[in-house]
Ligand binder design. Structure first.
Ligand SMILES: [Cu+2]
Length: 394
């Protein structure tokens, strides 16, 4: 698959206006308009596809129908810092909004996740001790729009362990008991039991969710979460999250026990997985991780380090990035050649799909460039000589 050969439809923002002649609906959000034909009720019903939504499948629709007033989408390729604007008052929700105190009113998004055991073969070697959400690793991409309320029911189908799920970096002001830290904000969800988390997405950007019970997330209980909202840098399209992790071929519980004697030390990691796939000793069990982009376009990449013991240096040969968001915080954009990303960190970067050096050749004749995930010196837990220094082709 070539690097520069795909073309995607650009998301178009849509404002639907329903005109309901001769009916009065008094829900507080309608405007009564007197026209020659009689009373009309005009309901402003703002829905639009998230401009930085999934790179395949159906568009993700943001829905601000519950907002009162005449709101429109104001995110355009030339100005992604604006999200929605009130056409009558000029009020905006944008990257300068004090989101600790103000967020739009969205809708309720409901998810159901089952925590279960599953053997995982990510890199050619079977890990029999895998633990996953909905029988998939990484877990499903949880999506919402800025101001939505997210409601997630967790069913614990593990045989032996309790669990709780933490929404990493989500501000839980007023909903502290939804933070998912067992022993602190709740008891573990017992095997066979369920628990429903509910909180409002007052921030926007990308993060991850993971088990907060002992070592479970190292065995696969991790997934991405994105709250669609404005951006401090312009872009054309979004790309699905990129979860980078160090990986062991054994359950972390087993590896940990093994390292306790004779001298306690951290378990050693075996390989690197990007979105659940990697290679070990030349074995490729799945199609390798790759992205296809169109030359000249700008893409949001959402990079998350879900590791146990590794800081990664992420780069794409012959390409620069613009960093625009870190850990749910929009930042003044700046350009880099690579990204140093610590455990638990997540960045929104914009890939400008134009090689920086036209004299430098791509990795293959069809225009592919390597994506690299390199371990940071002294910030990794691989066996000596086993640290990966490059990974997938794009
Ligand atoms: Cu976390």
């Amino acid at each position: 698959m070539g690097f520069y050969d795909a073309c995607k439809a650009v998301a178009v923002s849509v404002t639907a206006i329903f005109t309901l002649p001769f009916h009065l609906i008094n829900d507080g959000s309608n405007q009564a308009v007197l026209s020659p034909g009689g009373f009309h009720i005009r309901k402003e019903n703002l829905t639009f596809p998230a401009p930085n939504g999934p790179d395949s499948g159906p568009e993700f629709i943001c829905d601000y129908s519950n907002l009162q007033g005449n709101w429109t989408s104001c995110s355009t390729p030339d100005n992604r810092s604006c999200w929605i604007r009130n056409s009558d008052t000029g009020q905006e929700f944008n990257t300068t909004t004090d989101y600790e105190n103000f967020a739009p009113t969205g809708i309720l998004r409901e998810y159901y996740l089952e925590v279960d055991e599953m053997e995982i073969n990510g890199d050619g070697v079977l890990n029999p001790g895998g633990k996953v959400f909905n029988q998939t690793y990484p877990g499903p991409w949880i999506k919402a729009c800025w101001g939505d309320t997210i409601k997630i029911t967790i069913k614990n189908k593990l045989q032996y362990n309790g669990t709780t799920i933490h929404w990493h970096g989500i501000r839980q002001n007023g909903t502290m008991e939804m933070d998912g830290v067992n022993g602190v904000t709740q008891c573990p969800i017992a095997p066979g039991d369920s628990f429903t988390y509910e909180f409002k997405a007052v921030q926007y950007g990308t993060s991850w969710y993971h088990s907060h019970y002992s070592l479970q997330y190292a065995d696969g209980l991790a997934g991405p979460i994105t709250i669609f909202g404005p951006s401090s840098s312009n872009f054309d399209e979004g790309r699905d999250p990129i979860l980078i992790t160090d990986w062991s071929h054994h359950s972390a519980f087993e590896a940990w026990q093994r390292e306790l004697v004779p001298t306690p030390s951290l378990p050693k990691m075996d390989s690197v997985l990007i979105n659940g796939v990697g290679n070990y000793a030349g074995s490729y069990p799945h199609e390798r991780f790759n992205m296809t982009v169109t030359k000249g376009k700008k893409y949001i990449l959402r990079v998350i380090n879900t590791s146990v013991d590794t800081t990664w240096i992420f780069s794409i040969d012959n390409h620069n990035f613009t960093v625009m968001s870190s850990d749910f915080v929009p930042v003044t954009p700046y350009n880099v050649t690579h990204l140093v990303i610590g455990i638990g960190q997540r960045y929104h970067i914009v890939l400008n799909a134009i090689p920086t050096d036209t004299d430098s050749l791509p990795a293959s004749a069809d225009g592919n460039y390597w994506i690299r995930t390199v371990t940071a010196d002294d910030c990794q837990g691989f066996e000596t000589g086993n640290a990966p220094d490059e990974f997938k082709i794009l």
